[in-house]
Ligand binder design. Structure first.
Ligand SMILES: Nc1ncnc2c1ncn2[C@@H]1O[C@H](COP(=O)(O)OP(=O)(O)OP(=O)(O)O)[C@@H](O)[C@H]1O
Length: 712
């Protein structure tokens, strides 16, 4: 199931108590704060004020027609809702069908809006709907338009959810929303289908953007949302739009390459962690980077990166990797695991006299590093650039959401270290652009995630390629802050039998530099609480985690309406938009980033002082990673989590363990909830994806397809 169920995940009722807050009418001349611009041009002015004229009713709940205000003109006796003109506020649901074809044939369309919407259209042909669409809309909207007379659109499920306004002109008899010109403030999701164009048959795609923009002629414009399926073989026929995004090249002056942030006052405290190494004959830990005997260039690069002394995970992992051993390493978030594998790999490659790779159709990298998210892959690549600076080693990043040809071009120019998301990696290998027989190092960052249901199959596929050296001929290295036992067992399949297991602190322990606070907030009051907290925080950088992609956009919009500049990142945003969102968050332009779990792991962003779990995640491991976006590299941070008894009771016990392991205060009510769950008095939410023993403290996640599809 790739599609989110709005009702199930947010619940319309849950949002209603403070709906009035989102009423733009109350602030007619006050445009909301600007979201990160995601479309090419801007245009807020005209409609921001005009839209208010149109809103004259308030509808709560679904079936807007009943509760809001709706007007429709059917001109040929067979059409319903064509020429729809409506003013709405609240949830809206709409089916539009061309009366020439049986009503609702295979079509379920709805439009749900939060906020205000004004939409006007005139349909005058036999096959077109929403032609001449001119609308101003605000809120969350989902819309399906189907041309009943044109069979190629059957099965189309498209939606557009926008916070903002759109204006469009449809000019011919076969196009829906063509020529759409929208000025949006907020985000928009949209599918435009050209009924005459067969390539959109069965297409399910969407585009979500935050920002303001103008779009003209959506026809033929690539949209996001499907490439990952193609990459992962779901849409094997290549259906879906082509991704054309080419990320801007990162700055390559020395200062930019070595840009870093300061270690915090607790950096030296890392040394107080107990380190356990399991396995036979582990080499001795090193005390300083100088102990590694690495080449001069690398020594200089490590110093330029600002690394004056190794962290515990580096002290233990570096000699193990240099000794050629396989490794599984578990250390708390933000404690330098990336350099723990990059430094020894680069050191060893230099020692082995790795040859500069030149332009070739097929590259044969010595090292493959794979990680679950695009942003993390890019981050690892940027970190690798530091350590290889001034050497002939060439790292390359390849990840989904960008043009495949671009990735291939990067690879063909030379590739010693390939950092890639699993889907893109398999794609490039499948196209014969990467040969594996030279692979000496295979690194799985966020290894527990890479081996679980989400990516496990891809990893198995990777190591099964005939030219991939078998495990005794390569070094396999796995790193994460969490390693559930089950995944540890799986990892064994990829590692040599004499692998070493380094644990800094406790397996799956939260970073002790993060002050954790769990508060009881029911679904109905979460938004008020969020506003209260964000107002008290001021403009300190804050990540707000929510459960679903739609909710991420919704909450970001809501915050902007409340004059708190926010942006969002999740798997349904185009890669370009994801990168802009991160850039705006990093720069402080949008001090609040609302995210799904796609941003939970690995991201190393300076000065994130707060993490708010608006929704708690399904699994405790994800909680540990999420709160680890703050309190990094010896800096301190704060995490607040909203605990809703009705949905989070199953987490009470593992949360208590994480809190007490990190010497954090455990609220009395949380122990009571855990007790009630154990005694069977409090039911656990069956909608959450769990397996394992709820009472025994070990809760393991079964990764839903919905989560998987959004990452790579
Ligand atoms: N020895 C060091 N000295 C100073 N800074 C370091 C050192 N090692 C790593 N860092 C910095 O610490 C920050 C966190 O490192 P990194 O992202 O590798 O953490 P991590 O353990 O992989 O975290 P996560 O579990 O969240 O992925 C980075 O900004 C990195 O540059």
């Amino acid at each position: 199931m790739f599609e989110e169920d709005w009702n199930a995940e947010i619940g319309d009722e849950a949002l209603l108590p403070s709906l009035q807050k989102v009423n733009l009418l109350e602030r007619p001349n006050d445009p909301s704060p600007v979201f990160s611009p995601s479309v090419d041009s801007f245009g807020t002015d005209d409609f921001v004020n005009t839209q208010h004229q149109s809103v004259n009713s308030f509808g709560r709940g679904r079936n807007f027609a009943a509760k809001g205000f709706q007007e429709g003109n059917g001109e040929d006796g067979v059409t319903q809702n064509r020429g729809f003109k409506g003013f709405g506020q609240g949830f809206q649901e709409q089916n539009s069908v061309d009366g020439a074809s049986p009503q609702n044939r295979g079509f379920k369309g709805f439009r749900s809006g939060f906020g205000q919407g004004f939409r006007e259209g005139s349909g005058d042909g036999a096959i077109t709907q929403n032609r001449g669409f001119k609308g101003f809309r605000g809120g969350f909207q989902e819309q399906n338009s189907v041309d009943g007379a044109s069979p190629q659109n059957r099965g189309f499920k498209g939606f557009r959810s926008g916070f903002g306004q759109g204006e469009g002109n449809g000019e011919d008899g076969v196009t829906q929303n063509r020529g759409f010109k929208g000025f949006g403030q907020g985000f928009q999701e949209q599918n435009s289908v050209d009924g005459a164009s067969p390539q959109n048959r069965g297409f399910k795609g969407f585009r979500s953007g935050f920002g303001q923009g103008t779009k003209d002629g959506q026809r033929g414009v690539p949209q996001s949302g499907t490439l990952r399926f193609r990459e992962r073989g779901v849409l094997a026929d290549g259906a879906g739009p082509k991704v054309t995004y080419v990320p801007p090249p990162p700055p390559d002056d020395e200062q930019a390459i070595f840009a870093r942030y300061q270690t915090g006052m607790n950096f030296d405290k890392y040394d107080e962690n107990v380190v356990e190494v399991s396995g036979l004959d582990p080499p001795a830990a090193l005390m300083s980077f100088a102990d590694t005997n690495m080449c001069h260039t690398l020594t200089v690069n490590v110093a330029k990166a600002g690394y004056s002394k190794p962290t515990p995970v580096q002290k233990y992992s570096i000699p193990i990797i240099l000794a050629g051993r396989d490794l599984m390493a578990c250390a708390q978030t933000g404690s330098g695991k990336t350099a723990a594998f990059l430094v020894p790999i680069v050191a060893q490659m230099m020692k082995d006299g790795v040859a500069a790779s030149s332009f070739k159709e097929q590259q044969e990298p010595e090292c493959i590093i794979t990680a679950p998210t695009r942003e993390l892959v890019n981050q690892i690549f940027l970190e690798a650039r530091k350590f290889v600076y001034g050497t002939c080693i060439r790292p390359v990043a390849a990840y989904g959401g960008t043009q495949i040809d671009y990735s291939i071009r990067q690879v063909m120019r030379g590739c010693n270290i390939l950092c890639a998301t699993p889907g893109r990696l398999l794609d490039i290998i499948g196209r014969g652009k990467i040969g594996l027989h030279n692979v000496k190092y295979l690194v799985l960052d966020e290894a527990d995630r890479m081996l679980d249901m989400g990516f496990g199959a891809d990893m198995k596929k990777l190591v099964s390629f005939p030219d991939m050296p078998p495990k005794d001929k390569r070094q396999t290295l796995m790193f994460s802050a969490t390693f559930p036992e089950e995944v540890q067992r799986l990892a064994g399949e990829f590692l040599k039998t004499d692998f070493l297991f380094v644990v800094v602190g406790r397996v799956g322990g939260a970073c002790s530099d993060v002050q954790q606070n769990i508060i009881q907030v029911s679904q109905y009051f979460k938004r008020d609480k969020l506003i209260e907290i964000l107002h008290s925080i001021g403009d300190e950088r804050t990540m707000v985690f929510v459960e679903t992609k739609k909710k991420a956009d919704f909450i970001a919009c809501f915050l902007c309406q409340e004059n708190i500049p926010a942006t969002s990142i999740h798997g349904d945003r185009e890669q370009r938009e994801r990168e802009i969102a991160l850039r705006d968050f990093r720069s402080g332009k949008c001090p609040v980033l609302v995210a799904t779990s796609v941003a939970a792991r690995g991201l190393d962003i300076e000065s994130v002082q707060h993490v708010i779990n608006f929704d708690l995640p399904s699994a405790i491991e994800e909680y540990v990673h999420r709160i680890g976006r703050t309190g990094r590299c010896g800096n301190t941070g704060k995490a607040v989590s909203f605990f809703d008894n009705s949905s989070d009771a199953h987490l009470a016990q593992p949360l208590i363990k994480v809190l007490s392991d990190a010497q954090q205060e455990v609220p009395v009510w949380l122990t009571e909830v855990a007790f009630e769950v154990k005694g069977g008095q409090l039911p656990v939410n069956p909608q959450k994806n769990y397996r394992g023993n709820m009472n025994g403290g070990e809760v393991k996640r079964e990764c839903s397809a919905r989560e998987i599809e959004s990452w790579d």
